[in-house]
Design a protein. Sequence first.
Length: 221
Amino acid sequence: MTKHILMVVTTADEMKEGHKTGLWLSEFGEAYVEFKKQGYEVTVASPKGGKAPVDDRSLEDEVPQEILDTAKHLENTIKLEEVGDVSKFDGIFMPGGHGTMFDLPDNTTLHTMVRELYEADKVVAAVCHGPAGLVGVKLSNGEPLVKGKTIATFTDEEERETTLDRFMPFLLETRLRELGANVIVKDNWADHVEVDGNLVTGQNPQSTETAAKEVVKLLSK
């Protein structure tokens, strides 16, 4: 049976004060390439549908052609509301980029999807700022999904190092801790992934490949 992954990307292209942002391309591309290597079917969805904005800063360092080539899959994403029955997916993967901080925390359609997948023992994965998509998710018992879970996320220290902390609606690590998550922090830009049951989270762009491989491990059980 072919595995089917839903990748949810941001369609927010601005932070506070009009600073441009979007999706961090490598976080999408590295995971996409890994899933395709495994023969998975991948559906790319977003809050608004259509073209997902790529953060220009994610293209500043040398990006492998294989990753640049995945940008074509961001040209025409499916709107979250039009994804339909989520039970057809074996997992969801949320890459980051600062855009996620603005359109995933309050997206109730996404939250419902994540809850349904998580409670059906499907894989829920997020990397860097992708866990912004977990912030608003409550389980059927009303508790935050992240409460009591051991997770990794883009850290407050990393956010300060980017100097973009002042343009964020909140600091992601702090917010997840407030929700009761056990956030494990490693050095800035360390490849760091936490797996707690069927929840896979990565700290930063450097953690994407490891996170995607953990998803693959869980799906091949």
